[in-house]
Each structure stands twice: as structure tokens, then as C-alpha cells.
Design a protein around this ligand. Structure first.
Ligand code: PLP
Length: 220
């Protein structure tokens, strides 16, 4: 199947209001252009250098989402290109993104990454942490970031019950945060990858992040 066929197959199955983020990390710009020509406009990258290298070579109406762990010294490289940073995993990172966005007069959307998977290697706020931070008011009064929702990755497992219960927890946490933040901009739940996006959609995902199922295996 071609990239265009894969995109059509996936988007045809997404309910109204759910958007596809084509995760293009490790794939050359020619493959991204192919996806673009098939109508895809939202792309996800997880490394700062790779985003900064690819974005200038592709059409300017692409919406770039940064989805990887973002080191503080790489924020400045990502801000000019990303319309959304999905992987905000600490309050310090959030404040730095706000400061750097203000410096270049840009408003940037961010998602709060939740750590719900069993693996310690994955990053993000635990549910308790994120609620505590919200209660302390630390998500308020940031001039140049728009807190637009949450992002999460499920545990890497064949146990789809486990995955479903993790996505359900993300959904529940999203609703609790939405009540607390009381913001009309807080609307997005980014979850679901090639192996589990069907389940994510059943549990309220509004953004699915799909790489392999569109572009094939990555060559690292
Ligand atoms: C690579 C990646 C994806 C896409 O994974 P696939 O299994 O190739 O669909 C989604 N989300 C994040 C955060 C990723 O790093």
C-alpha cells in the first residue's frame, strides 16, 4: 500500500472531529511530501534537529507537532517551527516554552503529557502531579502558551484490556483538568499509535499519532 492509500484508509475510519498526526520521524522529506500531496497537513516529529532540518524544506501550511521528550537546551530550536508541543512533561519546561515563545512573539499550543504507562522510561506528569500543579494555579497566566489538552502513551503490551484502561484514565484525567482549568482552549486528547489507535478513539482521542501504519518501518 502506498502512503496515500494508508492515509486514506486511516482517515476514513476516524470519527468526525478526530485528527491524524502523521508521525514522520526518521523518514526523509520526500516521503513527507508524498503524504502532503495526499492531503495530510499535520506531521509529528520527536527530535529537535530533525524538525528544524525538515520543516524549511516542506510547504508552510504544514502544522508541525513536537511529540518527543524536549530537552531545555533544544526549546529554542523547536519554537519557530512547532505549532503544538505535545510533550510538556514538567512545569519548568512549560515556563521555558512560554518564555521562548514570548521572546519571538509567538503563541504556541501545548499538551500536558501524562505518564500512565508501566514503563519508567516514558516521561510525563503522573495523574496526581498534574492535578496538584493545576490546583496550585501554575497552568494559569502564561502569556504565550495555550494549554490545549493532554497527551499520553499506553504501556507497550499485547494486553488490550490494559491499554483500554490506561486510555480511560487519560480521558477521565482530561475531564477533571478541563473542569479545573475552565478554559475553552482545553479540548485535545492525543493518544493512540499504529497498534492501538482504534482503542484510543473509543476512549475519546481527538488526535491519533500514527507513523508505521502510514510510512512503514523506520530505519534507525
Ligand atoms: C514514534 C511515535 C509515535 C508513532 O508510533 P508508530 O507505532 O510508528 O505509529 C507516536 N507517538 C510518539 C510519542 C512517538 O514517539
Amino acid at each position: 500500500m502506498s502512503i496515500a492509500q494508508n492515509i486514506q484508509r486511516i482517515t476514513a475510519q476516524l470519527p468526525e472531529g478526530v485528527k491524524l498526526v502523521a508521525v514522520s520521524k526518521f523518514h526523509p522529506v520526500e516521503r513527507l511530501q508524498e503524504a502532503y500531496n495526499a492531503g495530510q497537513r499535520i506531521f509529528g516529529e520527536n527530535r529537535a534537529q530533525e524538525l528544524a532540518a525538515k520543516a524549511p524544506q516542506l510547504p508552510t501550511d504544514i502544522e508541525w507537532h513536537f511529540i518527543g521528550h524536549l530537552q531545555k537546551n533544544k526549546v529554542r530550536m523547536v519554537i519557530p517551527w512547532a505549532s503544538t508541543i505535545q510533550s510538556i512533561d514538567s512545569i519548568e519546561l512549560l515556563q521555558l516554552v512560554n518564555k521562548e515563545a514570548a521572546r519571538i512573539n509567538r503563541h504556541i499550543k501545548v499538551l500536558l503529557q501524562l505518564h500512565i504507562a508501566k514503563e519508567q522510561t516514558k516521561s510525563g506528569f503522573t495523574v496526581d502531579e498534574v492535578l496538584k500543579v493545576a490546583n496550585e494555579g501554575s497552568f494559569n497566566n502564561l502569556s504565550n502558551v495555550i494549554i490545549a489538552g493532554v497527551m499520553a502513551m499506553a504501556t507497550f503490551t499485547d494486553d488490550m484490556q490494559q491499554v483500554a484502561s490506561e486510555f480511560e484514565l487519560v480521558h477521565k484525567t482530561f475531564l477533571t483538568l478541563r473542569d479545573k482549568l475552565n478554559s475553552e482552549a482545553f479540548t485535545q486528547i492525543s493518544m493512540g499509535m499504529s497498534d492501538d489507535w482504534h482503542i484510543a478513539v473509543q476512549h475519546g482521542a481527538t488526535l491519533v499519532r500514527i507513523g508505521t501504519d502510514i510510512f512503514g518501518q523506520r530505519e534507525y
